[in-house]
Design a protein around this ligand. Structure first.
Ligand SMILES: [Cu+2]
Length: 122
């Protein structure tokens, strides 16, 4: 009975270490190809840059606004969501299109959350 319990514990420990190895292996694989960056896979990249991931959902040239499905915005303390942004430079409205994946930076300008930097995601 006691021996059986010990075996069970040992097996659990083995499973846990195998899972840990698998997880660390995955982390390495995920950070390896920079071109494969996804919304989930850019945690490391976000640390080196303040740009956030986003996907353009709507370009409203009349209102001069962009609807972006975005990842967490660290500087604004905002989790990922889909929302409307003002743009600092109207020219970006001609540079992006709905469905496009982007990297961008937003900050509060005159009380409005405004996209101040944006580029196509690689
Ligand atoms: Cu938001």
């Amino acid at each position: 009975m006691l021996k059986e319990l010990k075996m069970k514990k040992l097996r659990l420990a083995l499973v846990a270490s195998a899972a840990a190895m698998l997880f660390s292996g995955m982390a390495v694989a995920q950070s390896a190809p920079p071109s494969q960056a996804t919304v989930q896979g850019t945690a490391a990249a976000a640390a080196t840059s303040d740009m956030s991931d986003g996907e353009i959902r709507k370009v409203d040239k009349d209102a001069k606004k962009l609807t972006i499905k975005h990842g967490p915005l660290k500087n604004l303390d905002m989790p990922g969501m889909t929302m409307v942004f003002s743009v600092k430079d109207d020219a970006v409205l001609d540079q992006v299109q709905s469905g496009e994946k982007v990297r961008f930076f937003a900050e509060k300008v005159d009380g409005k959350i405004t996209v101040t930097k944006i580029e196509a995601a690689r």
